[in-house]
Design a protein around this ligand. Structure first.
Ligand SMILES: NC(=O)c1ccc[n+]([C@@H]2O[C@H](COP(=O)([O-])OP(=O)(O)OC[C@H]3O[C@@H](n4cnc5c(N)ncnc54)[C@H](O)[C@@H]3O)[C@@H](O)[C@H]2O)c1
Length: 336
């Protein structure tokens, strides 16, 4: 058993943005080609507690180097006020020969960065006829910081950022951190969500809202909304937009805005395509300049495996991590 802690995982990921983007792209393409298995995630919730949850995402990713395993990711929003990250995660990778668990990784960075890479890839793929130079980030937490990091690689034309958060101190400290890292960026903090939505034709929603609170009437025609938090937009906004998803069966669940839109209409005809189908088609995609495009990724476990496998390979090459040789039973113990 190889054990990779947070520091080792981050050491690999910090220098591997392009590789993460490629791994996520390949995972979306394999998914579109039917070469993955992604059972529905299981949500563990607690009695008398509608805030905290832990989700299991088992998955298989085929292709050149098949990999299987599970991500176990928790969301405890109250952590933020205690100075901790909202989410924590671990991934187990299993051997495709014996099924035995063989790698155990701290996975909060894997989870956040595969989400950000997916969003940045979507922004680059669902392109505007005029290149995006600005982005609005609504919700100034860890995920949108990673999104900005990955947008810097996938869409280097972006030089202006508008921030909005219900908690103004979160927006201000995000701005400080971003300027410290990228002094060349123009960053402003909007006082109202409406102003932030109007500012740019690329918008990323990564809030912790659990019920829809946002219409898209303030967005300019041709805007791409990366709807990572999945429950911000009203069903009406979803229904009036071009909708691209990662997987319709996954995203129309768990009271997401698309799930509500499906319940309202009784169908899923409002979903145009999946990002994997668009990538596999090989045809350049230009988004409709007269309407809004909404990308809603539920977050597929096969993306986590793709990035975890990349980390495993690189960690082995660099000799990182601790090995625990006695973790698995020996053959004699099995039959004793
Ligand atoms: N789709 C995916 O694959 C995927 C993967 C990981 C995380 N997520 C989602 O991304 C979201 C953000 O995660 P995070 O780790 O950055 O959380 P976080 O708690 O670090 O940050 C969320 C921020 O949103 C702000 N916020 C809450 N409601 C708001 C509102 N109505 N308007 C503006 N700001 C608001 C909060 O004040 C907070 O600063 C979560 O909902 C999480 O579930 C999605």
């Amino acid at each position: 058993m190889l054990i990779l802690g947070a520091g080792e995982v981050r050491a690999v990921l910090d220098t591997a943005q392009q590789d993460v983007l490629t791994a996520v792209r390949t995972a979306y393409e394999l998914h579109a080609r039917g070469l993955t298995a992604v059972p529905h995630s299981v949500f563990l919730r607690f009695p008398d507690d509608d805030r905290n949850r832990i989700i299991a995402l088992p998955a298989y990713l085929g292709g050149q180097h098949p990999v299987s395993g599970v991500k176990w990711v928790s969301s405890f929003p109250g952590n933020i006020s205690r100075g901790l990250d909202r989410a924590s995660a671990a991934i187990i990778l299993n051997s495709m020969e014996s099924g035995a668990p063989e790698v155990f990784l701290e996975a909060s960075a894997i989870s956040a960065r595969r989400t950000a890479a997916g969003a940045a890839l979507a922004a680059a793929t669902l392109s505007s006829s005029t290149p995006d130079t600005g982005v609005t980030l609504l919700g100034c937490g860890l995920i949108n910081f990673e999104v900005l990091t990955y947008l810097r690689t996938a869409l280097p034309s972006i030089d202006t950022v508008t921030l909005y958060d219900l908690d103004a101190t979160r927006a201000e400290s995000f701005a400080d951190k971003a300027l410290a890292r990228w002094p060349e960026l123009k960053i402003d903090v909007a006082q109202r969500a409406e102003d932030a939505l109007t500012a740019h034709k690329l918008v990323c929603l990564a809030t912790t809202a659990s019920t829809p609170h946002l219409g898209t009437e303030y967005c300019r025609p041709g805007t791409l909304v990366l709807h990572l938090s999945l429950r911000d937009l009203t069903a009406e906004s979803v229904l009036s937009s071009v909708n691209i998803v990662d997987d319709a069966d996954h995203v129309c669940r768990a009271a997401t805005s698309l799930h509500l839109a499906e319940q309202q209409t009784g169908h899923r005809d409002f979903i145009t395509s999946s990002i994997g189908e668009i990538l596999v088609s090989g045809k350049p995609y230009v988004r409709d300049e007269d309407t809004l495009t909404v990308f809603s990724p539920f977050g597929l476990g096969c993306l986590d495996l793709a990035v975890a496998d990349l980390v495993r390979r690189e960690a082995l090459a660099r000799g990182l991590g601790a090995s625990l040789p006695g973790f698995l039973p020996s053959g004699e113990q099995l039959f004793a």
